[in-house]
Ligand binder design. Sequence first.
Ligand SMILES: Nc1ncnc2c1ncn2[C@@H]1O[C@H](COP(=O)(O)OP(=O)(O)OP(=O)(O)O)[C@@H](O)[C@H]1O
Ligand SMILES: [Mg+2]
Length: 265
Amino acid sequence: MTDNLPPLLQVTDLVRHYPVPRQRLWGARQAVAALCGVSLQVTAGRSLGIVGESGSGKSTLARLVMALDTPTSGTVEVLGRNLHALPAAELRRARRDFQMVFQDPYGSLDPRQNVLTIVTEPLQAQRKTTRTEQQTRAAEVLDQVGLRRSDLDKYPHEFSGGQRQRIALARALITRPRLIVADEPVSALDVSVQAQVLNLLQDLQRDCGITYLLISHDLAVVNHLCDDVAVLYQGRIVEQGAPGQLFTNAQHPYTQALVAAVPHL
Ligand SMILES: Nc1ncnc2c1ncn2[C@@H]1O[C@H](COP(=O)(O)OP(=O)(O)OP(=O)(O)O)[C@@H](O)[C@H]1O
Ligand SMILES: [Mg+2]
């Protein structure tokens, strides 16, 4: 990557306030600050982990990076394009470069749709592809995540949690994205299955050149996949560095507490 190429992801001074319902009719209008000026950069090929306690703003950051929510102020640029300033049609096209995997493998897949419909959904928003092209590509991504072609006709309830997360990953991969935002991708899974899914994420990183923005409250998970970690605390990044460095030399009290909570590291 040469210096004059834009970073894969550039987040600048991102702020998101959510209004809180008024306590009294004439009371002051209140807001919670979920993010208070977050800036970060992700270079292609260098995955970034975001750790932080519950309510620190991790999912808010993920939604803004995915342009599923609008910032109060600040910008999100993917490959140099300011997502929140793009016209709708261009944003739709840009979405092929960044996809998301959610925490809940049960809630994130529509139970009424079969696997083929689920995994080809991101293609509907892209340039017209024929039914045959979609089926071929769906079979490819299913193969990449370790599922079978025959699974395309099945429905989510026929799969285990780990398999559902593989389906969610297949859906994310189908547009050949550069960036995958994964919000707690393994925390709803059984410990034995967690390792399988993490290894799969790692293989995809190596084989397809995927870069992750990986959100987790578990430092061990981030350590597995990420080259850098940012610690989010009350809507701000309070510390950032390589996982090894952060684990041995945490400066912020919250990071120290996180490290202390993972004795096997
Ligand atoms: N749609 C919303 N409306 C109002 N407040 C919100 C909304 N979404 C998030 N918040 C608030 O913003 C703050 C950050 O929430 P967020 O979901 O980003 O935290 P998180 O770090 O992902 O937490 P967790 O680890 O529990 O998933 C919280 O105080 C939350 O209550
Ligand atoms: Mg969250």
